[in-house]
Ligand binder design. Structure first.
Ligand code: NAD
Length: 420
C-alpha cells in the first residue's frame, strides 16, 4: 500500500465513523490539481540538467492552498498526495482559513553547489508563477528546504509580479517578513497539547518519563520545554544514535546539545559543563531508543519509525507524533489494541502551520507581532483544537487520530457545502 492509499484509509475510517455527506467524501478522495514542471538548470560544469518539480493542490475549500516544498531524491507523487491530504486535514484541525498542498523537486540537494541550488529554486519559482500566489497557493519549508530557499522563491516571484510579495511563501528569514516565534512554534504547539493531555490523564511532570527521537528544530525545542516544565527527559537521539539515562532522573537537553556541538554526537556520556558521567548514561541505537520503557515517546525525526516490525517492542503509554507520518497504519492499529494513546501528527505538530499562517497574515497587513504576541495567539488555538478532538474521541468512542480527522471533516464539509 503506498502513502496515498494509507492516507485515504485514514480518511475512510473517519468518514465511516461520523455522519459525512457523500459529496464531501468524494471531493476529498482526490486532489484538486497536480502540476508537474520540467526545470532545466545550468550546472557549474556548463551542462544543462533537467529536474522535475511538482505541486499537489489538494483542497482550497477553506482558503488558499498551504503546504511545504520538499527537496529529496525520493520525492514521488503518491507521497506528495498523501502529505497534501494531511495538510488539508491539519489546517482544518486548527481551524485556520487555509487549504492543503505539498510540493517538491526530485533531487538530492546535498549534491548541488549553492549556485546550482539557487538556480534550481528560481527555476521552480518561475515555472510555478501561475500556481503559487498569496491568495492562491502559499508554500513553506519542508525536508531539505530552508529559509534561504524561501527567500529565493519570494524574490523571484516578486520580480515577476513587479512588486514585493512576501505573502507568497512562509518560513522566510525575519529580515524579509518571516514571523517571530516560527522556529519554536511546532514544539511550543505540541507542548500546549501535552499540557491538555496531562490534565485529562492526570499526568504529573515529575513522574513522567519522556523519550524523544530527533534532536533538530522540533525535537530540541520540545525537549527543552518538557525539561523546563519538570518532565524527566530520559532518552534523546539524532541521526547518529542516542543516549539513555539509566537512572531515569532526566537530562537537561541544553547540556546534551552542548555535547553534540563539541563532540559531534550525543551518545555515550552525559556532561554538565566539564564533568561527564559515562556510567549512568548509555549510548543506544535509534532502534533501541524507540524501545526504551517510558511514559511518553515522541518521534520527531522521520516518517515510518513505528512499524509492524517494532511496534510490539514499544513500551510507552503515549506516542506524541511530532514528525509527519511516523506511525504506519498497521502499527497504529496495534498501538490502539494495546491501548497506547497516540496523539496524531495533524494535531501534535500543527503549531508549525499555525504560525506559518500568522506569518502570512502579518505579511498581508504589513504589521508585525512580537514573539510573545505570536505565542499568545497560538496557545488558545492549540488548546481548543485538543479539546474539540477529545470531545469527539469520547463521543464516537474512537482514537484521537480518527477524532482529529472527524473534526477536520466536519469543518471541510461546512466549507464545501456552503459553496454548493
Ligand atoms: P530537522 O532537520 O531540524 O531535525 C531532524 C532531526 O532528526 C535531526 O536531529 C536529525 O539528526 C534527526 N534524525 C534524522 N534521522 C534520524 C534517525 N534515523 N533517527 C533519529 N534521529 C534522526 O527537522 P525538523 O524541522 O525538526 O522536523 C522533524 C520532523 O517534524 C519532520 O518529520 C518534519 O516533517 C516534522 N515537522 C516539522 C515542522 C517544523 O516546524 N519544523 C512542522 C511540522 C512537522
Amino acid at each position: 500500500m503506498n502513502a496515498f492509499q494509507n492516507a485515504l484509509k485514514q480518511l475512510k475510517a473517519a468518514a465511516d465513523t461520523m455522519p459525512l455527506d457523500s459529496t464531501t467524501l468524494e471531493i476529498l478522495k482526490n486532489p484538486d490539481r497536480i502540476v508537474e514542471v520540467s526545470l532545466p538548470v545550468r550546472m557549474d560544469n556548463g551542462a544543462l540538467k533537467i529536474f522535475t518539480g511538482y505541486r499537489v493542490q489538494y483542497s482550497n475549500a477553506r482558503g488558499p492552498y498551504k503546504g511545504g516544498l520538499r527537496y529529496h531524491i525520493k520525492v514521488d507523487l503518491n507521497e506528495l498526495k498523501a502529505l497534501a491530504l494531511w495538510m488539508t486535514m491539519k489546517c482544518a484541525v486548527v481551524g485556520i482559513p487555509m487549504g492543503g498542498a505539498k510540493g517538491g523537486i526530485t533531487v538530492d540537494p546535498k549534491k548541488l553547489s549553492a549556485g546550482e541550488l539557487e538556480r534550481l529554486t528560481r527555476a521552480l519559482a518561475r515555472a510555478m508563477k501561475d500556481v503559487f500566489g498569496p491568495d492562491r497557493d502559499v508554500p513553506a519549508p519542508d525536508v531539505n528546504t530552508t529559509p534561504k530557499i524561501m527567500a529565493w522563491i519570494m524574490d523571484e516571484y516578486s520580480k515577476i509580479a513587479g512588486q514585493s510579495t512576501p505573502a507568497v511563501i512562509t518560513g522566510k528569514p525575519i529580515a524579509i517578513g518571516g514571523s517571530a516565534g516560527r522556529e519554536a512554534a511546532t514544539g511550543q504547539g505540541a507542548y500546549y497539547v501535552i499540557e491538555e493531555l496531562a490534565k485529562k490523564l492526570k499526568m504529573q511532570p515529575k513522574k513522567t518519563a519522556v523519550v524523544i527521537q530527533g534532536f533538530g528544530n522540533v525535537g530540541y525545542h520540545m525537549a527543552n520545554l518538557m525539561h523546563t516544565a519538570g518532565y524527566r527527559v530520559i532518552g534523546l537521539s539524532d541521526s547518529r544514535g542516542g543516549i539513555v539515562d539509566l537512572r531515569k532522573i532526566g537530562m537537561d537537553p541544553k547540556n546534551v546539545m552542548a555535547q553534540k556541538k563539541s563532540r559531534g554526537m550525543i551518545g555515550e556520556m552525559y556532561c554538565i559543563g566539564s564533568v561527564c558521567d559515562g556510567t549512568n548514561y548509555k549510548a543506544v541505537s535509534n532502534e533501541k531508543l524507540l524501545e526504551t520503557p517510558c511514559d511518553i515517546l515522541i518521534p520527531a525525526a522521520l516518517e515510518h519509525q513505528i512499524t509492524n516490525k517494532n511496534v510490539s517492542r514499544i513500551k510507552a503509554k503515549i506516542v506524541l507524533e511530532l514528525a509527519n507520518g511516523p506511525t504506519t497504519p498497521e502499527a497504529d492499529e496495534k498501538l490502539r489494541r494495546r491501548k497506547i494513546v497516540v496523539v496524531p501528527d495533524i494535531l501534535a505538530n500543527a503549531g508549525g502551520v499555525t504560525v506559518s499562517y500568522f506569518e502570512w497574515v502579518q505579511n498581508k497587513q504589513g504589521l508585525y507581532w512580537t514573539e510573545a504576541e505570536v505565542l499568545q495567539k497560538l496557545e488558545p488555538i492549540m488548546r481548543q483544537s485538543f479539546d474539540a478532538i477529545w470531545d469527539r474521541h469520547l463521543k464516537y468512542k474512537t482514537t484521537l487520530r480518527v477524532a482529529a480527522f472527524i473534526l477536520a471533516l466536519e469543518r471541510l464539509q461546512n466549507s464545501i457545502k456552503a459553496r454548493l
